[in-house]
Ligand binder design. Structure first.
Ligand code: 4GX
Length: 252
């Protein structure tokens, strides 16, 4: 996958990719990221990239002409999918991450100040994305977050079993608890079932834990999961769900 990043602070994003899994994906050429310093495209003698907002008000807006120059050099080759990070965008969720990972070429624009001139969004941007309902100082961290999440779906980045395991989120369930050695930590024991070696019981326990946790913390996801199971209509799955729910002892 090829990603072009437009930013005033590319080092912020690079830092998040200089280690561990993402670094390996880049070294192995599974992920090819090119950073474009937006300031390099300013024709102003002071390399200005922003200006005051028409209509008045505080804050600066990134200029359309500068961003246009930066974009047109990239867009020249191919037809990339262009993303702009903004709190106004669609909230990024796992399903969209999975879809984005299938795109060959993505351009990510990171805005600063009060954002970018609306005409750039209207003319070029295919998708506005938000990583959550809070305001950051720029689009660099959302960009880093999005690339990190996408990378997990690229072939060769994770072990195959791990990437399949992760299906749980797309199944609308929160993950069950994990334990490792020692089996006795300050008197706190690992649940017996996990040491039993009975894989069917382990699977049942994990499903029940996932369901309870999701019910307690995320009713929205819980009901989505139940609806999915009902819609699939798989007898075995329905039986598993109802047995787990009965054992769960739902409050009220
Ligand atoms: N999820 N930011 C964008 C500039 C800006 C300001 C106003 C449009 C309108 C963010 C987020 C985020 C900070 C990126 C402000 N753009 N991006 N930037 N939350 O907070 O994606």
């Amino acid at each position: 996958m090829k990603i072009d990043v437009l930013s005033l602070f590319p080092e912020m994003i690079k830092a998040s990719m200089s280690e561990s899994i993402l670094k390996r994906a880049i070294d192995q050429n599974i992920l090819n990221i090119t950073f474009h310093q937006i300031r390099d495209y300013s024709e102003d003698k002071h390399k200005k990239v922003d200006d005051t907002t028409y209509g008045g008000g505080s804050g600066l807006v990134m200029r359309a002409d500068v961003l246009d120059k930066a974009l047109s050099t990239i867009v020249n080759y191919g037809e990339p999918h262009i993303i702009y990070f903004s709190p106004r965008g669609n909230k990024l969720a796992q399903k969209r991450v999975e879809e984005l990972a299938k795109i060959d070429h993505i351009v990510m624009i990171c805005g600063h100040y009060e954002g970018i001139d609306q005409r750039i969004i209207d003319r070029y941007v295919d998708e506005e994305l938000s990583i959550g309902d809070y305001v950051l100082t720029g689009g660099e961290l959302p960009c880093a977050v999005t690339i990190d999440a996408i990378s997990r779906y690229l072939d060769g980045v994770l072990g195959t079993s791990a990437s399949l395991e992760e299906e749980s989120f797309t199944d609308n369930l929160l993950e069950y608890p994990h334990y490792t050695k020692p089996s006795d930590y300050k008197g706190d024991k690992v649940p017996d079932v996990l040491l039993s070696g009975n894989h069917q019981n382990i699977e049942k326990w994990r499903y029940k834990e996932s369901l309870s946790l999701t019910y307690q913390r995320r009713k929205d996801l819980f009901y989505k999961h139940v609806l999915d199971v009902l819609q699939r209509g798989d007898k075995k799955e329905l039986k598993g769900l109802s047995e787990a729910v009965i054992e769960m002892e739902l409050e009220e």
